[in-house]
Design a protein around this ligand. Structure first.
Ligand SMILES: [Zn+2]
Length: 125
């Protein structure tokens, strides 16, 4: 385990924000930070390229596109993030990033704890 622990249930957390979170903008989705999509890198014979995947949260559904489902079929297809990467690892990186940026703000730390996200002391990079 890295420096952060959290319950994977928070990845599906669609509760309205807690009162404590009012002044703090915690992303509802840690996988995509509410952008709905995730960039990932893939190595091919031609080199390494960046691709996009859409997220498993509601924001991600607007990026959902499957050419096979369209009237004019195409092979263009944006995968779910879970098909191409480990959403839990992505979320963990994003949480750690967020924490690093806001760790001196006690409201943020409290709000994170309210969501069940805890940091070990001395886990600074
Ligand atoms: Zn998301």
């Amino acid at each position: 385990m890295g420096p952060v622990t959290f319950d994977v249930e928070i990845l599906k957390d669609d509760r309205p924000d807690q009162p404590d979170e009012k002044n703090v903008e915690l992303p509802a989705c840690w996988i995509c930070n509410d952008t709905g999509m995730v960039m990932y890198r893939k190595k091919t014979d031609m080199g390494e390229y960046e691709y996009i995947a859409h997220c498993i949260c509601p924001a991600g559904t607007k990026y959902s596109y499957d050419g096979q489902q369209c009237k004019v079929k195409s092979s263009y297809y944006i995968p779910w993030v879970a098909e191409v990467a480990d959403p839990e690892m992505i979320a963990k990186d994003n949480i750690v990033d967020f924490y690093e940026r806001h760790k001196n703000d006690e409201h943020v730390v409290k709000a994170l704890e309210a969501r069940g996200i805890k940091f070990k002391k001395g886990a600074e990079k």
